[in-house]
Write a protein that binds this ligand. Sequence first.
Ligand SMILES: Nc1ncnc2c1ncn2[C@@H]1O[C@H](COP(=O)(O)OP(=O)(O)OP(=O)(O)O)[C@@H](O)[C@H]1O
Ligand SMILES: [Mg+2]
Length: 200
Amino acid sequence: MLELKDICFTRDNKKILNHINLKIDTDKFVVITGPNGSGKSTLAKIIMGIEKPDKGQILFDNKDITNLSVDERAKAGIGFAFQQPIRFKGITVYDIIRLSAGKDMTKMEACDILSKVGLCAKEYVDREINASLSGGELKRIEIASVVARNSKLTIFDEPEAGIDLWSFSNLIQIFEAMRKIIKRNYIDYFSPRKNFKYCR
Ligand SMILES: Nc1ncnc2c1ncn2[C@@H]1O[C@H](COP(=O)(O)OP(=O)(O)OP(=O)(O)O)[C@@H](O)[C@H]1O
Ligand SMILES: [Mg+2]
């Protein structure tokens, strides 16, 4: 359970978040919507610890995480996918998926996850995460790394941004699967040894 108590965040005399109270069960699929500039990304970053609130408290599984760093929150079981994912020159897709998983992961397992998020695994697994990737490809790679991480609670900031509408419904199935099977055999679901159906 994630609980936000009286969260306030003001910058440049603008109240961006004003006394926000929210409770989210970790087995729930929750969507927060709002106009551009209403504070969705700010709220997501505050939960992950990327931004610090001026006031308020954040509890995760009844533990106060308000003063924990991003690293500590990740270790406590919170995952995050950025609205605009970061490019890492010199790091391959396989590197990032393996690093994100935080444990040994074979190239085949990484390929299975890439395939699940709609990428032709063999075309991407050894590719560098640099400026040559399209926005949608980068977004899918980030979703793959979050899937590999298998956090108890995952926050996706605008996961549909840059993803073509034809395939977004497939990605929603991935998010639903992450929620449903989180306590069951997660890796089995993401490693069905299918033959990379998205390859041309
Ligand atoms: N560190 C900051 N300093 C100044 N202003 C900020 C800061 N962080 C966020 N803002 C402002 O707070 C408001 C909310 O921004 P935020 O990115 O959270 O909105 P959003 O709801 O995610 O918007 P979008 O739908 O466009 O992604 C914006 O007006 C933004 O310019
Ligand atoms: Mg945003």
